[in-house]
Design a protein around this ligand. Structure first.
Ligand code: TYD
Ligand code: MG
Length: 469
């Protein structure tokens, strides 16, 4: 008779940057190319590489049409801006990762949500902190004058201990601050290591799925922008939110980068005050720096973040370069896109920038990934290059194609109406985005090509290499 083989302690390797799993160690991650990012992760006995197993006993194949899903139960968090990024409130059994730099306000945001949930809505909320003592949390709640009296607090770092407490407390919402402080007794690795973070999160995900508790995991982000170590977490949770803000600016943005229960790229906007985070329900113009005089190189772009239009100022500075390879720097926009657009400007607009440094920036720390910013970016560059300001009341958007055509972007009329609402009087936009009946109060200048858009700009002396200096 063959003896059952003794279970060997298993281990695997994972990349701390991208979360890729490998069977053996390597100096460089084959997935994302990062060096020295592969760490050993121990798998607890019984787990076979995968996370959150879905039970193997009663697997059965069924027709999709026969599946009767239970209606998604959503609970408003009391913070409408947070609900917006979550896709309309907290979902039962969902696991939400909230990432952000230390000190950005993650604990404050979730404490405020907990206060609203436990106070007004009367939901049972358990706030587990491995970073701050209950006294510290209470002091902060007092300082920010939060009505958080009904929130239940637990200072703990052991996952098994937390899960035990959850079983007796029976909360509907569980907040873990932060996932990097947790450790499971099944592993010997230090808290914050990839294997601990992964194992702790896996246990909490299982808990959420079994009990229907909504779990928030707070995660710190490293300077490079990755969730410290546990990029692995992004695959395990239902929703990934990033809490962002510019140093020195009171504005805070919550952005959904992954959401199984809603749209991604949705944006929630808050302002930091000495009484906690205040919501900005109508943020479309907060990033707009209003100048009293027109300045060269500045253009107002109507962008769309998630489901809302947003007016932002795009700035450009074009300056003669002393370098053989002039600099192209884009802050808040894509660097490669800038290089491509400058090539289009050269080929189809006849303006060469090969001896000029080009810097572009989106004011207010907003990051724009949509192509609707193309035209605004090029007009800002041209305005700076010619040293001719554009009108203060002009809004611009539109995608620029490689053959110099201006292509329509989603939700054109809505963007135009938003511009009119904020007192802008003229707009340069793709022809297909301009409604036939026009927009009340807005002088529309529809364009089909980059040339047409350039002809609308105030002419000016182009500072060529011979004149500059
Ligand atoms: P905190 O929530 O502790 O940041 P994180 O959990 O992301 O590390 O916030 C940092 C500090 O800022 C804290 O002392 C409270 C303070 N703060 C305010 O005074 N007002 C606010 O609106 C926010 C968000 C934070
Ligand atoms: Mg904190």
């Amino acid at each position: 008779m063959s003896q059952p083989r003794a279970r060997k302690s298993r281990s695997a390797f994972a990349c701390t940057e991208c979360g890729a799993q490998l069977p053996k160690w390597a100096g460089q991650c084959p997935e994302c190319g990062a060096w020295n990012s592969i760490q050993e992760v121990a798998l607890p006995a019984g787990e076979h590489g995968g996370t959150a197993s879905h039970g193997s006993g009663n697997a059965a194949v069924q027709r999709l049409a026969d599946v009767r899903p239970e209606p998604e139960l959503r609970r408003p968090s009391g913070l409408a801006e947070l609900d917006r990024v979550l896709g309309g409130g907290l979902v039962q059994g969902a696991v939400v990762l909230l990432g952000g730099d230390p000190g950005i306000g993650k604990s404050t945001l979730l404490l405020q949500a907990c206060a609203a949930l436990a106070g007004g809505a009367g939901a049972a909320v358990l706030y587990v902190s491995g970073e701050e003592s209950p006294e510290q949390i209470s002091l902060r709640a007092q300082r920010l004058q939060l009505d958080a009296g009904a929130v239940r607090l637990l200072a703990a770092t052991g996952v098994e201990q937390i899960i035990e407490q959850v079983a007796s407390e029976q909360p509907r919402i569980l907040v873990i601050d932060s996932i990097q402080t947790l450790a499971s007794a099944t592993l010997t690795a230090a808290p914050g290591s990839v294997s601990q973070v992964r194992e702790s999160a896996a246990q909490l995900v299982r808990l959420a799925k079994q009990t229907g508790i909504t779990v928030f995991l707070i995660g710190h982000v490293t300077k490079e922008g990755a969730l410290a170590g546990p990029r692995v977490l992004e695959h395990m949770v239902d929703t990934v939110l990033y809490f962002e803000g510019e140093p020195g600016s009171p504005h805070r943005l919550v952005r959904a980068v992954k959401n199984r229960f809603g749209a991604v790229n949705e944006l929630g906007v808050f302002v930091m005050t000495d009484r906690g985070l205040r919501q900005v329900p109508n943020p479309s113009a907060i990033f707009l720096a209003r100048h009293d005089r027109p300045v060269p190189g500045s253009v107002i772009l109507v962008t769309r973040e998630g489901t809302r239009p947003l007016l932002v100022e795009v700035q450009a500075l074009v300056d003669r370069s002393p370098l053989a390879n002039p600099r192209r720097v884009a802050v808040g926009l894509e660097q490669n896109r800038l290089a491509m657009l400058l090539a289009v400007l050269h080929r189809h607009g006849g303006v060469a920038m090969f001896d000029q440094d080009v810097f572009v920036n989106v004011v207010g720390g907003v990051r724009i990934s949509e192509t609707a910013a193309d035209l605004a970016l090029l007009l800002a560059v041209l305005s700076s290059h010619r040293d001719r300001p554009l009108p203060l009341d002009l809004a611009v958007f539109g995608e620029v194609g490689l053959s110099g055509e201006i292509r329509p972007v989603p939700n054109g009329p809505e963007r135009l109406r938003e511009a009119a609402k904020h007192g802008l009087r003229q707009a340069i936009a793709p022809k297909a985005n301009c409604p036939r009946g026009g927009i009340a109060g807005l002088h529309l200048q529809p364009v089909l090509s980059l040339r047409e858009a350039m002809d609308l700009l105030p002419a000016g002396p182009v500072r060529g290499p011979d004149q500059a200096g």
